[in-house]
Design a protein. Structure first.
Length: 306
């Protein structure tokens, strides 16, 4: 009997150990399964939040490109703001980018926040032989001050990867005559090409990059009553480089002198769905630059002469 009781106790202890191990394994695997489900749910919510942010960006781009919307109502109407219908005025005559909170439909567990601001710099990589065009005016600005930002004095081009120096070919063109001959009587029309020539970037040891000012290209001054475009080309004999274009009211040495680029937009949409957040940023011209092909292709059944 003592031996039998001893064996029964060992069997009972082994059974308890097996049950404990099984329960522990069940708890561990159950925890792993729950975490996997939670992660899958977060991934799904993250994808939905991303698509929601994309929808907000698409709506803003639609307003800009199809409705000629402006992002800042005060450009046209002092102290005005964009209403929920997407207009700056009660007559619904001046479209604007609907900023602030919004969503696809009421009652959905989702929301987005749209912000549309002017870019303060444009970054562009130019391979040898490539060019880039930027408008120095707001294409939908229906105010008296039609041309440049009133405080614009210096257009600066810098390059960090070509810090030892660079050479670009620049062309500054007056487009006022092309848009409307009566747009602003203070703008001398004359020839469309104001100035062109090579721009040399010189190394700035303080900034650790090469910089060049475009405003004084061939001795031409910028007239705030005119509409200009700037085209920069990288000669075939020069290496590829990453260039940053910025506008300044005075010396570019001070960041306080930097001004917005009126023809460029930075659209930022932050969306949340469930417990996930996603942000999508789009940098784009307000509209394809005038007198140039940019981000679109011309199709015709007949010959196109350029």
């Amino acid at each position: 009997m003592p031996r039998t009781s001893e064996q029964s106790g060992i069997v009972l202890i082994l059974a308890l150990l097996i049950i404990t191990a099984a329960l522990t394994a069940t708890a561990v695997f159950g925890n792993l399964i729950i975490r996997s489900i939670q992660q899958s749910r977060l991934v799904d919510q993250s994808m939905q939040a991303y698509y929601l942010a994309e929808s907000g960006v698409e709506r803003a781009l639609y307003q800009v490109r199809r409705r000629s919307a402006i992002h800042n109502c005060s450009i046209a109407i002092p102290s005005a703001s964009c209403n929920v219908r997407g207009y700056c005025d009660s007559a619904n005559s001046l479209a604007c980018v609907t900023s602030g909170p919004g969503g696809l439909a009421a009652g959905m567990p989702s929301d987005w926040l749209v912000s549309a601001l002017s870019e303060q710099s444009v970054v562009k990589r130019l391979q040898p032989g490539e060019s880039f065009q930027i408008d120095l005016f707001h294409p939908y600005q229906p105010t008296v001050a039609q041309g440049l930002v009133p405080s614009l004095e210096v257009v600066q081009v810098t390059s960090a990867d070509l810090a030892s120096g660079f050479t670009l070919y620049g062309q500054l063109t007056n487009l006022t005559w092309l848009i409307s001959a009566t747009l602003n009587p203070n703008c001398p029309l004359g020839e469309p090409i104001v100035a062109n020539g090579f721009i040399t970037g010189v190394r700035n040891d303080q900034l650790g990059l090469a910089a060049a000012a475009v405003s004084g290209l061939a001795g031409a001054d910028l007239n705030a009553s005119c509409l200009y475009i700037l085209r920069l080309s990288n000669p075939l004999t020069q290496p590829a480089g990453l260039f940053t274009i910025s506008l300044h009211s005075d010396s570019p040495a001070s960041e306080d002198n930097r001004v917005d680029i009126p023809s460029r937009l930075l659209i930022t949409v932050t969306a949340d769905f469930g417990q996930s957040f996603q942000t999508v940023k789009v940098r784009t011209p307000v509209r394809p630059p005038i007198s140039g092909l940019y981000d679109f292709v011309l199709f015709s059944d007949t010959e196109i002469i350029k």
